[in-house]
Ligand binder design. Structure first.
Ligand SMILES: [Zn+2]
Length: 300
């Protein structure tokens, strides 16, 4: 799944189209009717974490009929509220924001289609079909690949947890990291670190010399600060590199050896019942705090 920096780049591709009207729309998506976008104007685009949001000018006819009771101002909400919000608004088809969530090979292209670079397992050379194709008045177009498209609420007050946002709140993030929970779980928790994905997680832990399963509660304030700094620095550098066409260099992610030549350990780690993600770490550079020093282990 593309991480925050990639989604920011997709956002930069879409931004120049704000203000333009959709001449025609198509694509293989079954989650929405592309034709419904025809004639609408792209009014705004935002990014929050790994989700891209597009707002089109409201379709006056459908809007008048199905307006639900007002749900109050879109206030700044954090933590579990974020999930609650999306559940609540999930049924609201008249929501004016199109949410785009990317799959592993998800992308947005401007004025180009994705081409097959190799034959698939069956030997076909078929080009991938865009999930959504938006042709704008004026002739330019956007293609959306390998993504899930849904109507829903806009990005609500969660910039504070977006690792690439100017509004990112350090204090809040440090508090979350300091919980009695393995830091590699907390880093991937989108409620606290929106946009942070597996690559950033692995690199930040390595750079901070922190074992992935360390409980945040046993790390010093300085260690937590370093871990956070490394995550933010890596993300910002990745984004900068992307806009300059530079490939992001990793030190531990998918490596067999750390930069010091130690063999790297690899294991799928994640909260019980949650997504287990392959994690790479160097047992020598990132030693595990002995269990007795960690005190009581988190129950869950
Ligand atoms: Zn090492």
């Amino acid at each position: 799944m593309p991480e925050g920096p990639s989604v920011r780049v997709f956002h930069q591709r879409v931004s120049p189209f704000v203000g333009q009207r959709v001449a025609s729309a198509g694509g293989s998506t079954r989650k929405l009717e592309p034709a419904a976008l025809q004639g609408l104007r792209l009014m705004d685009t935002r990014v929050h974490g790994k989700i891209l949001f597009l707002r089109f000018d409201p379709d006056e006819e459908t809007r008048g009929q199905s307006a639900p009771e007002p749900s109050g101002p879109e206030v700044q909400r954090e933590g579990p509220g974020g999930q609650e919000d999306s559940a609540r608004c999930g049924g609201n088809a008249a929501g004016t924001w199109l949410q785009v969530r990317f799959g592993l090979f998800g992308s947005i292209r401007r004025n180009e289609f994705s081409r097959a670079t190799q034959a698939n397992k069956r030997g076909d050379w078929r080009d991938p079909a865009p999930r959504l194709l938006l042709r704008f008045v004026g002739g330019s177009f956007l293609t959306f690949y390998a993504c899930q498209l849904t109507w829903g609420p806009g990005p609500m007050g969660t910039a504070a947890s977006d690792i690439l946002s100017q509004m990112f709140q350090r204090g809040q993030a440090l508090e979350a990291l300091g919980q009695a929970r393995p830091v590699c779980y907390t880093l991937m928790d989108q409620r606290h670190f929106s946009g942070l994905g597996n690559v950033i997680k692995n690199e930040a832990l390595y750079e901070a010399r922190v074992h992935p399963l360390s409980l945040g509660s046993v790390l010093s304030r300085a260690q937590l600060e370093t871990l956070l700094d490394q995550a933010l620095a890596f993300s910002a550098d990745w984004l900068r590199g992307k806009t300059q066409g530079r490939r992001q260099h990793t030190h531990i992610y998918q490596k067999a050896h750390c930069p010091d030549g130690h063999p790297v350990q690899r294991e799928a780690l994640g909260p019980p019942g949650g997504l287990q993600r392959l994690t790479w770490w160097c047992p020598q550079c990132q030693p595990q705090v002995p269990l007795e020093e960690q005190g009581q282990r988190e129950a869950s």
